[in-house]
Design a protein around this ligand. Structure first.
Ligand code: FAD
Length: 324
């Protein structure tokens, strides 16, 4: 990922897409068709999520291998290290390597429902332990990404420690342990993201902070309830000016909400690109395995539409059914 990024012209924008492995065969079939269309949009890379404690291990590895080998997409495998053991981690890393996957998003993860954080072998406590493990056993083979939280990370329901200041020393630690890039939690408050970006880039304790690739995590707004739920689960604040774009009169109309949502995301991308002095030019989309809003955002965004060379978008827009 970082190699590809460095080869881009200085002001070229790009985007990446996150997918999760569907639970059912129908969901997988729909996703495969969608992936074919969405790869025509020219994402710089795609990522595949990893279920808590390795719960989606085989489906995640299969989907990631398909993306890399069959679709020829630069693929990044998410990997979590809590509530699991070394064997599962070794298996994931070896399978990734065997399938030509060169990028890992190294995460701590959360415990599966009903388990306490840290049960398992206990060898990996935080994401930094996984970053160190990968560097120790695989040298520079993998390009490693880590997660960042522009509004601070929250442990479970405990909001008391949600602050960028609380996480910051640990972010520095995992970056210096050998991470190459940073992908943020989804957010809607661009000012908070820009503040965070500035803090990271100007931090003298982070090696090569100035050149660090930071990808803002963006989630298209596909329905009002889903939007509120995602913001709540991710502890992302929604600025009043965005909340006001969804008055009571449209909240029940998914088409209208999507339409406004597309415009909101385009404005967020514009603001990030403009205010980061074009230093932030890659945008990571949490797709939720849906394509319509993303294809429209890319098509209509003054920053991202330049990537499209033909009428790929027409082909990419499908009804978002059975996303599983
Ligand atoms: P860490 O960086 O380890 O941080 C976790 C917490 O511990 C933070 O509060 C931090 O401040 C604290 N901390 C870190 N190091 C120390 C230390 N040495 N001492 C004390 N405290 C410390 N989850 C999944 O299950 N699957 C996925 O595929 C997935 N993908 C994600 C993708 C992105 C881009 C993001 C932002 C999150 C993703 N998550 C995923 C969620 C993630 O696993 C959770 O947010 C998890 O709670 C934290 O993971 P982390 O890697 O940020 O942890």
């Amino acid at each position: 990922i970082v190699e590809k990024y460095r080869q881009l012209p200085e002001d070229a924008a790009f985007f990446s897409l996150e997918f999760f492995p569907p639970k059912t065969e129908t969901g997988l079939r729909n996703l495969m068709a969608r992936l074919g269309r969405m790869s025509a949009l020219n994402p710089m890379f795609v990522t595949v999520t990893w279920g808590a404690g390795g719960s989606t291990q085989s489906k995640t590895l299969e989907l990631a291998a398909t993306c890399q080998k069959e679709l020829g997409l630069t693929t990044c495998l998410h990997l979590t290290c809590t509530n699991t053991d070394r064997e599962k981690i070794d298996h994931a890393l070896k399978t990734a390597k065997d399938n030509g996957i060169k990028n890992i998003l190294a995460l701590r993860g959360d415990p599966p429902r009903g388990e306490d954080l840290g049960s398992g072998s206990g060898e990996f406590r935080y994401a930094v332990d996984l970053v160190r493990y990968i560097r120790k056993h695989y040298g520079d083979y993998f390009c490693i990404g880590v997660a960042g939280y522009p509004e601070g990370h929250v442990e479970g329901s405990d909001d008391s420690e949600q602050s960028v200041e609380h996480d910051f020393p640990y972010l520095v630690e995992k970056l210096n342990a050998g991470a190459d890039f940073l992908v943020t939690q989804l957010f809607f408050d661009v000012d908070k993201f820009l503040e965070y970006e500035k803090k990271v880039k100007s931090c003298k304790e982070i090696k090569n902070a100035k050149d660090l690739l930071i990808l803002p995590g963006l989630m298209p707004i596909n329905g009002y309830q889903l939007f509120n739920r995602a913001a709540k689960l991710s502890h992302a604040s929604v600025p009043k000016e965005i909340q006001d774009r969804f008055p009571d009169s449209i909240q029940g109309d998914d088409n209208k909400v999507k339409e406004v949502g597309v415009q909101v995301l385009i404005e967020m991308i514009d603001k990030i690109y403009g205010n980061s002095d074009k230093k932030i030019r890659g945008f990571h989309f949490y797709t939720l395995n849906l394509e319509k809003s993303i294809a429209e955002i890319i098509d209509r965004s003054p920053v991202l539409s330049k990537i499209l060379e033909n009428d790929d978008v027409e082909n990419a827009i499908d009804e978002d059914v059975d996303a599983d």
